[in-house]
Ligand binder design. Structure first.
Ligand SMILES: C[S@@+](CC[C@H](N)C(=O)[O-])C[C@H]1O[C@@H](n2cnc3c(N)ncnc32)[C@H](O)[C@@H]1O
Length: 289
């Protein structure tokens, strides 16, 4: 039975993840084109931890634009995987085969369940595995010789709020991010069989046997005044951070967040024209020998 290791109820994340897919569609398409340009015609791309399918759809569209291929969606959560498959099916143009494999990304036998890949894309999933280096090694085993591993991890935290919102004390975003870092450390420490990875991702990829290791970063830059979807996505971010930060926040910050998230109150964050989304993501790349 496929399962995750992080104790997160991913099904509740579907709506916010879909919204993130929508606001990141343009940049996802740019990243997907850049990666698929590295591949031979008719390539097989495996998206591990495909979530609600924003990047999988972008990869599918990139494959379709180059004549076709195959996209394989690997996730441990059936509801998310179904959403991702639906998104991909909408953009295949009958040129790209969509395959869904319900599996734990840390499963040592994953390579037996997934077709050999020309590209493995793994975004924001390896840090949910107890042993990240072992996880990376397992994902690399999915590649044919010469195939590419693209790991999206790290970058810069999302910024989306003015420093002084006029609601609660100034600097709320910084405190939410700081508490979020503590949550992240606790989330990792709480996993069964957790193993520290005391090196950067470039070293993890090189130690796992990949060559031509490099990285690039990209911005998600959606400045104010932003569309309603972007503003709703700011509310998603606040909701997630207040949920995971919970007791780590002061009473005053919790009260401020509650006011910002109240759609019937005067301080609803979605009604503000001065919120935005600015974040950076890093893609670590390496090639199998
Ligand atoms: C943070 S989301 C990332 C989604 C998407 N890749 C992105 O970057 O937006 C993590 C995804 O990995 C999946 N996931 C978490 N642990 C997993 C595991 N052990 N095996 C397979 N999928 C897992 C979750 O269900 C979710 O879809």
């Amino acid at each position: 039975m496929a399962h995750t290791h992080d104790g997160i109820d991913w099904t509740t994340r579907l709506a916010p993840m879909r919204r993130a897919d929508e606001i990141e569609a343009e940049v996802n398409s740019w990243v997907a084109d850049r990666l698929v340009d590295l591949l031979p015609p008719g390539a097989t791309v495996v998206d591990v931890g495909s979530g609600s399918g924003g990047m999988a759809a972008a990869l599918t569209a990139a494959l379709a634009a180059r004549g076709g291929g195959r996209i394989v969606l690997v996730d441990a959560v059936p509801e998310l995987q179904a959403a991702a498959a639906e998104r991909c099916a909408a953009v295949t143009g009958n040129k790209v085969e969509v395959l869904a494999v319900l599996a734990d990304a840390a499963d040592e036998a994953l390579a037996e369940q997934v077709p050999t890949a020309d590209l493995v894309w793994a975004s924001a999933v390896v840090h949910h595995l107890p042993d990240e280096r072992r996880g990376v090694a397992g994902l690399i085993r999915l590649l044919r010789a010469g195939g590419w591993f693209a790991l999206a991890e790290g970058g810069l935290n999302t910024k989306c709020l003015p420093w002084d919102l006029g609601v609660g004390e100034p600097g709320l975003q910084e405190r939410l991010i700081a508490a979020g870092r503590e949550w992240f450390a606790d989330m990792r420490a709480g996993m069964d069989g957790v193993v520290r990875m005391p090196v950067g991702w470039n070293r993890a990829l090189a130690e796992a046997g990949l060559v031509d290791v490099s990285a690039f970063s990209y911005l998600v830059d959606l400045p104010a005044p932003a569309s309603e979807t972007v503003r709703l996505s700011v509310a998603d971010w606040l909701g997630w951070m207040s949920n995971v930060d919970g007791d780590r926040l002061s009473e005053s910050d919790r009260a401020a967040v509650a006011r910002l998230l109240d759609p019937n109150g005067p301080d609803w964050v979605v009604a503000r024209d001065d919120v935005f989304v600015l974040s950076a993501a890093t893609v670590h790349l390496g090639r199998a020998t």
